[in-house]
Design a binder for this molecule. Structure first.
Ligand code: GTP
Length: 419
């Protein structure tokens, strides 16, 4: 079911723009143009994800609609044409998500960003570290208003424990002076384990001495807030830091994932396989590296078109994901895939590869209106102690032997030379 947004706005053109923005974010929109309408809607229906509220309405000129909507437990964003400090203070004294001055079109872009973040922030866990329970409560309340998932700790040592327990924490907001372990030491410890791409740290201090911000930053913090801070500044810094973490993760995703099949790409496979292989060799774990290529794939493109070829690649990728779930899988390029498997003895690893080849050979691959027979050739290397690039070459050589020997078969590097 789509989330619902209550838009309280007396100007029809502005209500239409907000409605279009909200619909682009998949909200179902209900519009009220005055306080009386708000009251009549909320009398029977309070099921709203959020509300945008115009500060001045014909029958509620001084922000009365804000407290009314908030009293129904609906998270609210205030849109206002009034820019004076008194109005701003009055709005921010209430637990609103934010207020947006309707100065120009930037206001609507900002509204879209805030609504989007409100929808997705629950995916971001933030750790709040402060020995003062009231300071902690205040920050937690501000973060919950923005739908973040929040975890708390009393000091730096506890914070390190929380980080071990909650692997999905994206940001740490830490006070400076705390018993057991303070914020600077905590930041220092965090940076020994987590890069800035993995975890953002925001330092907070009440001290008026500006040197603390520099100390936090020099110890690896990404940002700093001086107490007492206003909610607006707090939200700007949190949003900015979470946005840059998300941008980094989008870039990393694009750099490591094959756009067509969503499997890892060649680069990511090499990096991860290299690390795992080292572990397998050190611990003497049996393992196998295999390169899988679709036989006569060019004919599929030539006979049915590129689009059907793409669909076949996606389907084979799904089969690979399903069959080799616990292993490392990738599309190396074209019709060539790679897997790194462990957890079985050599015979069973071989059987796993051959079972997969057989499964594809007997399946009907449905792409578009076509039911296709697909065969695979596989080249494999077992328990090699060579570097990954050499192992990939060896697996490729075994794959070429499989192609030359008639395709639709698994060839193990080394074994083909003995024949
Ligand atoms: N549809 C589609 N085709 C691709 C893509 N990338 C590469 N190809 C095509 O995949 C084909 C790869 O063919 P190969 O596996 O090298 O050779 P083949 O003759 O088809 O078959 P074998 O000799 O059995 O390997 C080429 O025709 C490429 O143009 C892609 O992303 N989508």
């Amino acid at each position: 079911m789509s989330q619902r947004l209550l838009v309280v706005e007396d100007s029809k053109p502005i209500a239409t723009v907000i409605k279009q923005i909200a619909q682009s974010l998949k909200f179902e929109v209900v519009i009220a143009s005055n306080l009386a309408q708000v009251k009549s809607i909320l009398a029977t229906d309070k099921n709203f994800f959020a509300a945008t509220i115009d500060y001045a309405l014909p029958d509620a000129n001084d922000g009365e609609a804000i407290s009314y909507v908030l009293s129904h437990g609906i998270p609210s964003l205030v849109m206002t044409g009034k820019m004076d400090d008194e109005t701003r203070q009055k709005i921010l004294a209430q637990p609103v998500i934010d207020y947006i001055p309707k100065e120009n079109s930037q206001a609507f872009l900002y509204l879209k960003r805030i609504l989007h973040w409100q929808q997705v922030n629950h995916n971001s866990t933030i750790l709040v570290v402060d020995d003062s329970s009231s300071a902690r409560r205040h920050i937690v309340e501000l973060l919950k208003r923005r739908n973040f998932t929040v975890v708390t700790a009393n000091n730096g040592a506890e914070a390190l424990e929380r980080l071990k327990d909650h692997k999905n924490i994206k940001m740490v907001i830490t006070d400076m002076e705390m018993p057991v372990m303070g914020g600077i030491e905590l930041t220092n410890q965090i940076r020994r384990i987590y890069t800035r791409e993995q975890l953002a740290v925001i330092g907070i201090s009440g001290a008026s001495n500006g040197i603390h911000s520099a100390r936090f930053i020099k110890n690896g913090a990404d940002d700093f807030l001086r107490k007492p801070f206003c909610p607006e500044e707090f939200y700007c810094r949190i949003t900015q830091n979470i946005e840059s973490l998300n941008n980094i993760s989008k870039i990393q995703h694009a750099a490591n994932i094959d756009y067509l099949t969503e499997l890892a790409n060649r680069r990511s496979f090499f990096n991860n396989a290299e690390r795992r292989i080292k572990e397998y060799i050190d611990k003497k774990v049996p393992y196998c590296l295999a390169v899988i290529d679709i036989d006569f794939f060019k004919r599929i493109n030539d006979n049915y078109g590129h689009n059907i070829g793409d669909q076949v690649l996606k389907i084979i990728a799904l089969y690979i994901r399903k069959h080799f779930g616990s292993g490392l899988t990738a599309r190396l390029g074209g019709a060539e895939f790679a897997v790194l498997l462990h957890g079985l003895d050599v015979d069973n690893l071989y059987n796993k590869l051959d079972d997969f080849r057989r499964e594809i050979a007997v399946s009907n691959i449905i792409a578009g209106d076509h039911s296709l027979s697909i065969a695979l050739s596989i080249g494999a290397v077992f328990d090699s102690t060579e570097v990954i690039s050499k192992q990939m070459n060896d697996a490729d050589n075994a794959l070429h032997s499989a192609k030359e020997n008639g395709r639709n078969q698994v060839v193990v590097f080394g074994a083909e030379l003995e024949d």
